[in-house]
Design a binder for this molecule. Structure first.
Ligand SMILES: Cc1cc2nc3c(=O)[nH]c(=O)nc-3n(C[C@H](O)[C@H](O)[C@H](O)COP(=O)(O)OP(=O)(O)OC[C@H]3O[C@@H](n4cnc5c(N)ncnc54)[C@H](O)[C@@H]3O)c2cc1C
Length: 426
C-alpha cells in the first residue's frame, strides 16, 4: 500500500486549491491527487469564468462575507486573473430596481474553454514540479476514514488526511462516501431552469458586463452567461435509474472566431421539505420526464412558439423569422410547458419578462429556451468541524459536491479552507 500525508480526490478547483495551499505551506508533505478524468471536468475546463465578489458562488450557510473575502483575496493572488471592466451598467441597475429585481456588480475574469485548458495544463505542470503530479484516469471506489484508506480501481492508498472533492458529477459517489463513513447529510436543495440562447445584439449588456448576475423574485437568477463565441452543450448524468442530460453553456476565448450568439441560464432554487427531501431524486425525476418527452434528448423551444402555447417543430429552427441556428441542434424541438413544473415555469417566465424589460430584445421570437438545466450541488454534510469542513477524523469534504461552493473561486477557497484545517492538525 502507498502512503501519503494527504490524499485528495478530485482535481477540480477545490482539490487544486487545497493541494497548492498545502504544498506552499509545507513543501515536504506527500500529497496524492486522483481524478477519474483526464482533466478536471467542471468550469475550469469549460468556459472558465471566475467571479471574485461576495456572495457569488458562496453558500451563505457555510460562509460569512468577511471569511469569504479573506479567502477570495488569496485565490486571486494565486491565480492572478485579468479582471474585466464593467461599463454603463447603471441604466440596467436602475431598470432592475424599478421592477423589484437586482443586478449584482461582480469582479470577473474570463479565460474561455481554450484558456481554461491552458490554465489546467499550467497548474498540473506546476504540481509536477512540486512533486505532486495528479494521477488522472484513476477512479476512487471507496474511502474508509476510520482505517484511513482510499481504494481506487488501480491501488490502495493510506493517508493521514483525505479531502473528497468530487464536484457535482461526483454527487452520488460523495453520498456513498458519507453513508459508508456515518456522516449525516441532507440534499434538499436543487436549482431547476432553462438555458436561454439568443443573438448577442439582443442581449447587448454582455458587451459591458461579461456575466451579468440578475436576481429576480421567487429565488430566480441568471447564471453562467456566455457570449462572443458561445455554445450550448449537454452534460450526461447516469445512475441506477438511467441516463439523462442537463444542458449548460460555455464560450471560447477572444482568440477564437465569434459566432455572434450569447447564452445564459435562468434558474430557480427549490428547497424541498418532507416527505421528498432529496434534491438529487427530484432532479433525476425531472430529468427523466424531460428525456421521455424529448426522446432521450433535452428539449428546445423558440420563444415565439412558447408564447403561442404550441410546440416547436424542426421547421421552427429554419425559416426566415428564426434568424440563427441553435448551437445544440441535437435537442428535440418540443414543448417546455409539458415538461417544466408549472410553478417553476411561471417563476422563470416572469423573470424572463422582467429581463426583457431591463434589456429589451431578450424575448425575441427567435430566442431558444433549452430544458432541463439542473444543478444538484446541494449535499449538506453535517461537519464535525465546520471551520475546515471536517466531517470525521481525517475526512474533509468540500467543493460543489459537498455544497460548500457553487463556482470555481468558491471551490478553490473551500479547498484552501480545508488545507488550513489539515495544516493545523498535522
Ligand atoms: C460545463 C460547466 C461549465 C461551468 N462553468 C463555470 C464557469 O464558467 N465559472 C464557474 O465559476 N463555475 C463554472 N461551473 C461550475 C464549476 O465547474 C464548479 O463550481 C467547480 O468546478 C466546482 O469545483 P469542485 O472542485 O468542487 O469540482 P469539479 O471541478 O467538478 O471537480 C471534481 C473532480 O472530481 C473528479 N471525480 C469525481 N468523482 C471521482 C471519483 N470517484 N474518483 C476520482 N475522481 C472523481 C471529477 O472527475 C472532477 O474532475 C461550470 C460547471 C460545468 C459542469
Amino acid at each position: 500500500m502507498e502512503h501519503y500525508d494527504v490524499a485528495i480526490i478530485g482535481t477540480g478547483p477545490a482539490g487544486l486549491g487545497a493541494a497548492f495551499s498545502l504544498l506552499e505551506a509545507r513543501p515536504d508533505l506527500s500529497v496524492a491527487l486522483v481524478d477519474r478524468n483526464q482533466y478536471s471536468s467542471g468550469g475550469l475546463r469549460n468556459d472558465c469564468k471566475m467571479n471574485f465578489s461576495w456572495p457569488v458562488g458562496f453558500p451563505e450557510d457555510d460562509w460569512d462575507r468577511a471569511g469569504a473575502e479573506r479567502y477570495l483575496e488569496r485565490v486571486e493572488a494565486f491565480l492572478s486573473p485579468a479582471i474585466m471592466g464593467r461599463y454603463d451598467v447603471d441604466v440596467y441597475s436602475r431598470r432592475a430596481e424599478r421592477l423589484g429585481c437586482r443586478l449584482l456588480e461582480i469582479r470577473q475574469a474570463h479565460l474561455g474553454t481554450d484558456g481554461g485548458l491552458a490554465l489546467i495544463k499550467r497548474l498540473v505542470a506546476e504540481l509536477e514540479r512540486r512533486g505532486a503530479a495528479p494521477s488522472l484516469g484513476e477512479t476512487v471506489l471507496s474511502v474508509d476514514a476510520a482505517a484511513r484508506v482510499v481504494v481506487t480501481d488501480r491501488r490502495e492508498l493510506s493517508f493521514k488526511a483525505a479531502l473528497v472533492a468530487p464536484g457535482r458529477a461526483g454527487f452520488s459517489f460523495l453520498q456513498e462516501v458519507m453513508r459508508s463513513n456515518g456522516v449525516p447529510f441532507i440534499d434538499n436543495v436543487v436549482d431547476v431552469g432553462v438555458r436561454v440562447e439568443l443573438r448577442e445584439d439582443r442581449y447587448p449588456i454582455v458587451k459591458d458586463y461579461y456575466d451579468p448576475k440578475f436576481l429576480f423574485p421567487k429565488k430566480v437568477r441568471t447564471f453562467c452567461t456566455n457570449s462572443r463565441a458561445a455554445h450550448v452543450v449537454q452534460e450526461k448524468y447516469e445512475d441506477e435509474a438511467g441516463v439523462w442530460y442537463s444542458v449548460n453553456g460555455h464560450a471560447w476565448s477572444k482568440d477564437r472566431p465569434a459566432n455572434g450568439l450569447a447564452n445564459f441560464a435562468m434558474l430557480k432554487t427549490i428547497a424541498l421539505t418532507e416527505p421528498l427531501a432529496s434534491g438529487q431524486a427530484y432532479a433525476r425525476a425531472l430529468g427523466a420526464q424531460a428525456m421521455l418527452l424529448g426522446g432521450g434528448r433535452p428539449i428546445m423551444q423558440r420563444v415565439g412558439d412558447f408564447r403561442l402555447g404550441r410546440r416547436s417543430t424542426r421547421d421552427a429552427f429554419t425559416g426566415d423569422l428564426y434568424d440563427f441556428a441553435p448551437t445544440l441542434p441535437s435537442c428535440t424541438p418540443g414543448d417546455l410547458g409539458l415538461a417544466v413544473p408549472a410553478k417553476v415555469m411561471r417563476a422563470l417566465w416572469n423573470a424572463l419578462k422582467s429581463l426583457d424589460t431591463i434589456v429589451p430584445g431578450v424575448l425575441h421570437p427567435s430566442t431558444v429556451l433549452y430544458y432541463p438545466e439542473i444543478k444538484t450541488y446541494a449535499n449538506k454534510p453535517v461537519f464535525e468541524d465546520p471551520a475546515c469542513f471536517r466531517a470525521a477524523p481525517g475526512l474533509y469534504l468540500a467543493g460543489d459536491g459537498a455544497g460548500t461552493s457553487r463556482g470555481i473561486t468558491a471551490a478553490w477557497a473551500s479547498g484552501m479552507r480545508v488545507a488550513d484545517g489539515i495544516l493545523a492538525g498535522l
